[in-house]
Write a protein that binds this ligand. Structure first.
Ligand SMILES: C[S@@+](CC[C@H](N)C(=O)[O-])C[C@H]1O[C@@H](n2cnc3c(N)ncnc32)[C@H](O)[C@@H]1O
Length: 229
């Protein structure tokens, strides 16, 4: 079994890019699109919002928010994911894609009203560094909105979720993508990644003044909101 280090994780996404969207729909029973839409409820107030979507992959998070922002840039290291995103969102001229590392963002301080990252933060090599970068590129009053897999707090639901993560998800992902190792790796990272209060603490350490965690679907996913003062 070859599980990539987080250093090379984006290369694994190049390998699963052609089936990535379809596997997401099947694995979440179509709910991932609803979760991405929910992020829109927490956008900062105001008009003409500018959005940076970190680890954008095929751009689904920007697609979900496209009618709520006036411009959006998605960055990712996996060229094949970006290629699919560009083709998919070609009809939305206010959305663009760039190659970029979210641990070292290529934008000046205070550029964006909002920075999102969906199902991406747990894959980066330097989580505190990536959070500091999101904070840095936000304008004062801007918001970071982070969607990530988490562990349900109810023990029975957690048990069921672990069964799903460990046994069903790698099989479904493996069958559809022909890359079982990739999906085995992905759920292992969900189990071990800090969630809830622990993740909010990481966000505050990175500079966010207020942080809140909003559990979704029994806490199997959490939306984190961080404010920049
Ligand atoms: C699970 S996918 C999420 C894609 C997308 N945000 C979504 O919601 O479908 C994780 C993405 O993180 C990207 N990634 C991993 N490390 C990265 C880094 N340091 N900088 C930018 N993107 C990164 C991968 O290439 C991959 O496209």
């Amino acid at each position: 079994v070859t599980t990539p280090s987080r250093e090379k994780i984006w290369k694994m996404f190049d390998a699963i890019a052609p089936t990535y969207d379809r596997v997401n729909r099947v694995m979440t029973f179509g709910m991932d699109q609803r979760w991405r839409k929910k992020v829109g409820d927490f956008l900062p107030k105001g008009e003409n919002l500018s959005l940076l979507d970190c680890a954008t992959g095929t751009g689904d998070q920007m697609l979900a928010l496209n009618d709520k922002v006036s411009s959006a840039i998605g960055i990712d290291l996996a060229e094949d994911m970006l290629k699919i995103g560009r083709a998919k969102l070609v009809h939305l001229p206010h959305i663009s894609f760039q190659t970029g590392n979210m641990c070292a963002l290529d934008f000046p301080d205070g550029t964006f009203d909002c920075a999102t990252v969906s199902f991406g933060i747990r894959n980066v090599t330097d989580v505190p560094g990536a959070l500091r970068e999101m904070h840095r590129v936000l304008k004062p009053g801007g918001r970071a909105l982070i969607l990530e897999g988490s562990m349900p707090s109810n023990w029975l639901i957690r048990k069921g979720h672990l069964l799903y993560l460990r046994h069903l998800l790698p099989r479904i992902g493996g069958l559809l993508s022909k890359n079982r190792d990739a999906y085995r790796y992905l759920n292992k990272t969900i189990e071990t990644f800090p969630c809830g209060d622990a993740f909010c603490t990481l966000m505050r350490t990175a500079g966010f003044s207020t942080t809140t965690a909003h559990p979704i679907f029994f806490g199997s996913v959490t939306l984190y909101v961080g404010e920049k003062r």
